[in-house]
Design a protein around this ligand. Structure first.
Ligand SMILES: Cc1ncc(C[n+]2csc(CCOP(=O)(O)OP(=O)(O)O)c2C)c(N)n1
Ligand SMILES: [Mg+2]
Length: 195
């Protein structure tokens, strides 16, 4: 039987309100729509593709910007496609990186096919074995502790959030990848061309 589930839009909204200087990488599909539903923001980089690479994008940013907090918000399917990235993050150990996986146990974006987490693959245990501090989040009361980890905790942190498998209204970020990159770059670096 499925355990308690959270509303993914509420979870992401709670994580992104009063976000300050937080840098966000959003995995493709629903996770990116959730971030946009919480408010389109120049310091969010939504991936429109590149399934499996959200965590690696977050790692690159965290290493390049060690004074900034970096949050990767992605889906279980996206994370499953990039499992090797957890091992690489575990080797680099960026203290400023948190990964939040919105685990609906489905490939929601493509028709709700079950993912491996529906069959018991334990993403948190994989992350822990790679060197993350990993937590599972099932209740609203646990969101505040996750938020404080994201903004202040010692990374690398991994949160697997059990969310309801539901199809929600689309909230699409800008579609132009070059524009998104430039917008993010300018918001982060203030117009400078290099870090
Ligand atoms: C390499 C690749 N394979 C498949 C897809 C199609 N695709 C896009 S989103 C998605 C499902 C994502 O599932 P998940 O990350 O769990 O997000 P959810 O919608 O469930 O929140 C898939 C299979 C893709 N875009 N790229
Ligand atoms: Mg999913």
């Amino acid at each position: 039987m499925r355990s308690a589930e959270l509303d993914r839009r509420k979870v992401v909204r709670s994580l992104l309100e009063r976000r300050g200087a937080l840098l966000v990488v959003a995995g493709l599909g629903s996770a990116a729509w959730d971030c946009t539903a919480a408010g389109d923001h120049p310091l969010t980089f939504p991936l429109w593709g590149a399934m499996g690479s959200a965590c690696m994008m977050g790692l690159g940013l965290a290493l390049a910007q060690p004074k900034r907090r970096v949050l990767v918000v992605t889906g279980d399917g996206e994370m499953l496609m990039g499992l090797g990235s957890l091992a690489t993050v575990g080797v680099q150990r960026p203290a400023n990186l948190a990964v939040v996986v919105l685990d609906n146990e489905r490939y929601g974006e493509t028709g709700m096919q079950k993912t491996h987490t529906a069959y018991g693959v334990d993403l948190g245990a994989i992350a822990r074995a790679c060197g993350f501090e990993a937590r599972i989040v099932r209740k609203s009361a646990e969101i505040a502790a996750m938020r404080s980890g994201v903004y202040r905790g010692r990374g690398p942190l991994f949160y697997q959030v059990k969310v309801t498998p539901e199809t929600l209204p689309l909230a699409l970020p800008p579609r132009d990848g070059a524009y998104l990159k430039q917008r993010f770059r300018e918001a982060l670096l203030g117009g400078k061309s290099t870090a």
